[in-house]
Design a protein around this ligand. Structure first.
Ligand SMILES: N[C@@H](CCC(=O)N[C@@H](CS)C(=O)NCC(=O)O)C(=O)O
Length: 212
């Protein structure tokens, strides 16, 4: 049985979503953030010294790092009869974009969003005073505009069909909406609506928020 060690209100939403899309059996063990630091609680350190969410438990292995966990799940459990194929094959014309967006989500997209978040939370000195603020903002504006342009041309991140790259990037694009910054981007708005209409996404969010 696969176990998602899930930190409430975190990136681990997207792993629960992937497993729901694949129709796999799994359990979710939810941890609350430390109320003072907002960091992962001590109990997660007992599972993995880096205490990062998501963590995936499979037998006696515990893995961290979303992109690696996605590749692991898709390679080991994804390509089986009766399961939707969410990872294009290298011979598929969508494969390069799939691979790029699967890893872009954590490799590049998160950093400016986190910098902006920490800056707004006052962790970089008085709000608006850090040179990082302008850098993060201009990077985010460029990124949101680019994603909007891409999704104005195609249905999903890698092309015409939904792939695991949409679980990685879809969570990020939902963050744009949750931050109240999606209004200038009509294609991103349409994309979020499509993501939220997916039954697997709805089941996943119910589980991530504490349902079964
Ligand atoms: N790139 C990593 C980032 C992991 C990460 O920083 N996760 C956050 C949750 S959104 C976390 O565990 N924060 C708690 C902490 O660092 O103490 C991944 O995608 O798995």
């Amino acid at each position: 049985m696969l176990t998602v060690y899930h930190l409430a209100t975190s990136r681990s939403d997207r792993l629960i979503w992937l497993l729901e899309e694949l129709g796999l059996d799994f359990e979710v063990k939810t941890f609350e953030r430390d109320p003072k630091t907002q960091r992962a609680p001590e109990e997660m350190k007992a599972l993995h010294p880096l205490a990062k969410a998501p963590m995936l438990g499979d037998g006696d292995r515990i893995l961290i790092e979303s992109g690696a966990i996605f590749e692991y799940v898709l390679a080991r459990y994804g390509d089986q009869p009766g399961r939707p194929s969410l990872a294009p094959k290298p011979s598929d014309p969508d494969w390069p974009d799939y691979l790029q967006w699967l890893h872009f989500a954590e490799g590049s997209a998160m950093l400016p969003m986190l910098l902006d978040h920490f800056e707004k939370a006052g962790l970089c000195g008085p709000v608006g005073s850090s040179p990082m603020a302008a850098m993060a903002r201009s990077e985010l504006d460029r990124l949101f505009g680019a994603l909007d342009g891409i999704l104005a041309q195609q249905e999903w991140m890698a092309g015409p069909r939904f792939t695991a790259a949409d679980c990685m990037m879809g969570w990020y694009i939902e963050m744009i909406e949750l931050r109240g910054e999606i209004a200038p981007y009509p294609a991103l708005q349409r994309y979020v609506a499509k993501v939220r209409a997916r039954p697997a996404h709805q089941r996943a969010m119910a589980r991530a928020r504490g349902g079964a």
